[in-house]
Write a protein that binds this ligand. Structure first.
Ligand code: AHR
Length: 477
């Protein structure tokens, strides 16, 4: 059988409300924002590719993923997303000494199915040559209620309609049916892998003939290799969104998106629409390359989070599949006005950024374009700012697309974007105090250099204004 697997070798803010007045005697300007617990920072976990993170109803986040050695299944858990970075990682199962599961172990996913913890994964034989890419999908099952403590044993192999390269399975339920989605090479179609879906009869058998959802044919899907893999499903705003990963696993790796109405027949390929362009790609400005193989979770406030892997650098020596630096990353997932996910760009290393909407100008964001800061509408990535700690307390505000720059207050009251290492007109003109804005998620940015003044939305201009004024209040979203 011809192995096309060389790739594997190498597959609204609220309307202007009366500004909340502090209890008599306490100035809202002194209401220090409680120190935020250290939130997550990227990379969240180094050298864990294909990460699956989900928040279970026991209150823990569980995370698994591929390890660079591709020789074992690992699992970690934490009460917080940030805690996953340092959480203990246990080995659930190691590849076997010989046979079909003695080689590569790829892209595990943990699922609780009818009360049993099951991990699906792709595995191949050892032994060298092309045979190591006889990759098939298997599952192991835990013998107890705690996946971190129980003993794991092989449940079996996923029975697909073709005995061919298959991987990257995921399980989700919709309207009472449990579905299996996966990537597979189909005989007669000259690609590395396509995406399929089918209802499950048992954890490893299908209840119906699979539907083929997409074949990689678009330019951005066939760069290096013809790949559609790593399906992940999100049900929001009356639709199901299925992301998938495309092209070679180097900097050309990216996310595509299939969408279907929640009332449609998921088994009808015609009911799914495919984005003609990738929805998430490498970003030189933030220095993240090859973002892909994603999953979805929510943060501690219930807000959608995109989980994915990506490298810090573009050029790779050797086969990307054996480069260990696909790190697990997370970021907020936002939505367009019509409820479609807006993936923006990979936000880059460091604490997760926020977006700041003007309380005084609903619909207007703290934003930048062509090196100029302003208040208004802009693409998602141009409204994401990272607050980094400043010397002596306070913070710098840095656009994620210009990580070597940050905001600086000027004597004329203007606020500009300047290189972090540039001199400022006054000492500390690039330092602000993030303080309580009088209600949840409302903040002010007090200027350290110009006391009593704060970053404000004055029409479309970003300027200093009296800190007590509504124009100085921002909603962190
Ligand atoms: O990381 C190993 C494999 O490479 C994953 O299963 C696939 O999604 C990726 O391309």
């Amino acid at each position: 059988m011809t192995h096309y697997l060389s790739r594997r070798a190498f597959a609204a803010t609220a309307a202007l409300l009366p500004v909340a007045c502090a209890p008599a005697g306490r100035s809202i300007l002194n209401a220090a924002t409680p120190p935020a617990a250290a939130g997550p920072a990227n990379p969240l976990v180094r050298q864990r590719a294909d990460a699956q993170i989900f928040r279970h109803d026991d209150g823990y986040y569980y995370m698994t993923g591929s390890v660079p050695e591709y020789d074992r299944l690992v699992l970690r858990r934490s009460r917080t997303l940030a805690g996953l970075s340092t959480a203990e990682e246990v080995v659930l199962w190691r590849h076997q000494a010989s046979g079909p599961m003695s080689g590569f172990i790829w892209a595990p996913e943990l699922h609780l199915i009818d009360g049993r913890w099951i991990v699906y994964f792709a595995a191949g034989p050892s032994g060298g040559g092309e045979d190591v890419f006889r990759i098939r999908t298997y599952a192991v099952v835990c013998d107890g209620p705690d996946p971190m403590e129980g003993r794991w044993a092989v449940l079996g192999r996923f029975e697909t309609p073709w005995d061919s390269f298959n991987l990257d399975s995921t399980v989700f339920s919709h309207r009472g049916t449990r579905y299996f989605a996966w990537a597979q090479r189909e005989p007669g179609i000259e690609t590395n892998s396509n995406l399929y879906i089918a209802p499950l009869a048992t954890p490893l058998t299908l209840a119906a003939k699979p539907a083929r959802l997409t074949v990689p044919t678009l330019d951005w899907e066939i760069r290096g290799f013809k790949v559609a893999e790593a399906p992940a499903v999100l049900h929001r705003n009356g639709r199901l969104f299925m992301t998938y990963s495309a092209s070679a696993t180097d900097a050309r790796y990216c996310l595509g998106l299939l969408t279907i109405d929640e009332d449609a027949n998921l088994m009808d390929p015609r009911a799914w629409t495919k984005s003609p362009t990738p929805v998430f790609t490498s970003c030189p400005e933030t220095s993240v390359y090859g973002p892909g193989h994603n999953s979805f979770t929510v943060d501690e406030q219930g807000r959608d989070i995109l989980v994915y892997h990506g490298r810090d650098y573009e050029a790779i020596e050797g086969d990307p599949l054996f480069n260990p630096d696909r790190h697990t990353r997370i970021q907020r997932l936002y939505y367009d006005a019509d409820g479609t996910p807006d993936f923006g760009v990979p936000v880059g290393n460091g604490p997760l950024p926020d977006r700041f909407a003007s309380l005084a100008r609903p619909g207007a964001w703290l934003a930048h374009e062509n090196g100029r800061a302003f208040v208004g509408a802009a693409a998602l990535a141009a409204t994401q700012f990272r607050t980094a700690p400043a010397p002596g307390g306070g913070i710098h505000l840095s656009p994620i697309l210009m990580p070597s720059h940050h905001l600086v207050a000027r004597p004329d009251g203007s606020i500009t974007i300047a290189p972090k290492d540039a001199s400022t007109p006054l000492p500390n003109a690039d330092i602000f105090e993030r303080v309580d804005g009088g209600a949840a998620d409302r903040v002010r940015f007090l200027s350290r250099a110009y006391p009593g003044r704060a970053i404000a939305a004055i029409g479309e201009a970003l300027r200093l204004a009296p800190a007590a004024e509504a124009v100085s209040i921002w909603v962190a979203i």
